[in-house]
Write a protein that binds this ligand. Structure first.
Ligand SMILES: *Cc1c(COP(=O)(O)O)cnc(C)c1O
Length: 358
């Protein structure tokens, strides 16, 4: 705190990202990164871009509209035009712009009580009123609870950190019940088993779907995210972007992300591998007595009826395995565990077996 801080900065409660410790041989299952690495085609494209006249390309500003990447994303989904796509420096940036552009109205916005903890942070940054809507006792989102006056709705599907997915027909019911609000579906984890609402954007002008290259495309370090929606919603995001930073995507990120979305084969192989490992890990955790919420994401959310979650997380850490624990109401007895490689998950299960026995 300093007298030079603005009143706005004094009042902020910034998001705390999962740690990125630099220890060797760590089994890092705390921030939902993809264990398989990016598409080899993306890596080759990145090397090519760097080699281009020894980096001559980097002398010039990138395309402020990220046109090639938007075309590649439109082609990936089909039935979409580039003007229905917005690109940002990670989906966190896309979400931030969406809060300011589409969710700041007179009425409070709605999101689940247990959800991505960045949402209330954006609300405070932009002075947006919000109400949280409790998930049910099984941590499922009840669509009927969102039928009340609101300035907008946002939720992740699958939800984070629970991993539970909402069916597409329920997302559609939510859109139908709220035709006068923007509904933002944050699909950071959709490729690991959920049904994407991208197929609905041509039918609902109030729907914005947000995706990231950080999870299913294994490019968290490149910082690329995007939103899909009606051209009018995208236009609003462009207005904020062009009032903030016209070049959110550098040349390397554009080139790498474009090659990544074009490599459908790598995408399919790696996401199927994560899904298979999730199934095996869930079975192993259940065998140890854990209750595991049904997950459609690249992580599981699990609690043990006897063993304290915080203590287990600490004991895992002492064995070089890090998972995420949230000291928050309703979920303080849960561990959120990223699905790693088969070997990493086996190491986790073996360590937990030891810890529970002690
Ligand atoms: C990881 C995550 C994001 C952010 O992804 P980036 O593109 O890396 O900024 C957004 N929403 C949810 C729910 C996430 O888990």
């Amino acid at each position: 705190m300093s007298r030079f801080w603005s009143a706005t900065v004094r009042a902020l409660q910034p998001y705390v990202p999962g740690e990125q410790p630099k220890l060797p041989n760590l089994v890092k299952l705390n921030t939902n990164e993809n264990p398989y690495g990016p598409s080899p085609r993306a890596l080759a494209a990145l090397r090519g871009e760097l080699g281009e006249a020894s980096g001559e390309n980097l002398r010039l500003y990138p395309d402020p509209e990220s046109s090639r990447l938007r075309e590649a994303i439109a082609a990936f989904f089909g039935k979409l035009a580039p003007k229905q796509i917005f690109i940002g420096n990670g989906s966190d940036e896309v979400l931030a712009h969406a809060f300011l552009a589409l969710l700041k109205h007179d009425l409070p916005i709605l999101f689940p009580d247990i959800t991505y903890s960045f949402y209330p942070v954006y609300c405070r940054l932009y002075d947006i009123d919000f109400q949280t809507v409790p998930l049910d006792d099984n941590f499922a989102l009840r669509v009927a609870d969102y039928s009340r006056p609101n300035g907008g709705i946002i939720f992740p599907n699958p939800n984070a950190p629970t991993g539970r997915a909402l069916q597409l027909k329920d997302v559609e019911a939510l859109l139908k019940a709220n035709p006068d609000s923007v509904v933002i579906v944050d699909e950071a984890y959709i490729d690991f088993g959920g049904e994407s609402a991208v197929t609905l954007v041509n039918h609902y002008p109030n729907l914005l779907v947000v995706h990231t290259f950080s999870k299913s495309r294994s490019l968290a370090g490149l910082r690329v995210g995007f939103a899909v929606g009606h051209a009018d919603l995208i236009d609003a995001l462009q207005r904020v972007k062009n009032s903030f930073n016209s070049y959110p995507l550098d040349r390397l990120a554009s080139v790498g992300a474009t090659a990544a979305i074009e490599d459908r084969e790598w995408f399919e192989q790696t996401r199927q591998a994560v899904i298979r490992t999730r199934t095996a890990m869930t079975r192993d955790l259940e065998a140890l007595g854990f209750e595991v919420l049904p997950s459609a994401a690249n992580f599981v959310f699990a609690r043990h009826p006897i063993h304290d979650a915080e203590k287990s997380a600490l004991a895992l850490r002492q064995r070089g395995i890090i998972v995420r624990h949230f000291k928050l109401p309703r979920i303080e007895q849960f561990l959120r565990i990223t699905v790693g490689t088969d070997e990493q998950c086996a190491a986790l299960v073996a360590a937990l077996r030891e810890i529970l026995r002690a």
